[in-house]
Design a protein around this ligand. Structure first.
Ligand code: BDR
Ligand code: CA
Length: 317
């Protein structure tokens, strides 16, 4: 079976990605590490536990990580994910934070990878603070990973958070820089524009949520707020041509779960802009060969959308 370790800032699409992984055959989720991002790290832990409860998987360990980026203050995406990060549809029976492991996320990441050298695929669907701290504590960590799958960055300087910054990179540019430069392992990126071009239709979403299961009812509740924001004229106009839902984080997860999911990718040196009037946090793709020392990553271009829809359907079964 495939061993996954997942780093999240559990908003709505992180929840969808986690559920996709939990439903995938032959996948073992070794743990979920939490980090600031869509909402505070405490809320991220709460939301992650709620998702695990909805899937009857509370035995999967949840670890609390960094509360802030390496420099500066946290961002927040409550306008999209809801003020609690999960659609503002509270559950009175939600599990308490006492279920979070005592061990911190960065230590857990290092320990779990070292216990399973060469076997763990690390999936990051959040600001990369935990990953950056982990590689500073254990520089050998990337060489022991099977692969790294990231939702983040952008390829056409189209931002969703700053004029040309994607949320996960813009929320901690230094961490994104460290991870892209220092994780010497096969690295796959689901960048913002790619996810925009790979939207799920609203017809699909309706059929997805109409499944007669507790998981589908849970998803319908936490998803409603983001559906409304995504369907608003302003969102459509600002970010994406064409209508539909962008489950950003699920693309990185699907790639980690199934090796044949990515059907076409670019392989270019990548880096992150750390200064600039408008460009801090923007991903740089070197298509020409100027960045002699930068590391190459696989940038997703085409994926098997039929497979994606099947994995998403299975997530709520
Ligand atoms: C990313 O930002 C977050 O709001 C989403 O969960 C996703 O990880 C998209 O830019
Ligand atoms: Ca996320």
């Amino acid at each position: 079976s495939k061993k996954l370790l997942v780093d999240v800032d559990c908003g709505v699409d992180d929840a969808q990605a986690i559920m996709l992984a939990l439903a995938a055959p032959n996948v073992e989720l070794l743990g979920i590490t939490c980090v600031h991002g869509n909402i505070t790290v405490e809320n991220v832990c709460k939301n992650t536990l709620r998702v695990l409860q909805a899937c009857n998987k509370l035995e999967i360990p949840v670890f609390k990580g960094a509360a802030k980026p390496i420099l500066g203050n946290s961002l927040n995406a409550g306008h999209f994910h809801g003020q609690d990060g999960l659609g503002d549809a509270p559950d009175p029976n939600a599990p308490g934070l006492d279920l979070v492991q005592k061990e911190g996320a960065v230590s857990a990441m290092i320990r779990i990878v070292n216990e399973n050298p060469g076997e763990v695929s690390l999936v990051a669907t959040a600001p990369l603070t935990n990953l950056a701290l982990a590689v500073r504590m254990d520089p050998s960590l990337p060489s022991k990973l099977r692969g790294l799958y990231i939702m983040g960055g952008n390829t056409e300087s189209r931002g969703n958070t700053t004029v040309c910054g994607e949320f996960n990179f813009a929320a901690d540019p230094e961490a994104a820089y460290i991870v892209l430069n220092d994780y010497l392992c096969p690295t796959y990126l689901a960048c913002w524009e790619f996810t925009c071009y790979s939207k799920l239709s609203w017809e699909f979403c309706d059929a997805w949520l109409a499944q007669d299961t507790d998981k589908a009812r849970f998803m319908a509740q936490i998803f409603q707020h983001s559906i409304e924001v995504s369907q608003s004229k302003r969102f459509q106009k600002e970010f994406v041509a064409g209508t539909g839902f962008i489950s950003c984080d699920s693309y990185a997860m699907a790639a980690a779960v199934d090796d044949s999911f990515i059907t076409e990718s670019d392989h270019y040196p990548v880096s992150v802009e750390l200064t600039g009037t408008h460009t801090r946090g923007m991903m740089i793709v070197d298509t020409v060969g100027f960045l002699k020392n930068a590391r190459k990553a696989f940038i997703m271009k085409k994926v098997d959308m039929e497979k994606f829809k099947q994995m998403m359907m299975a997530a709520l079964k």
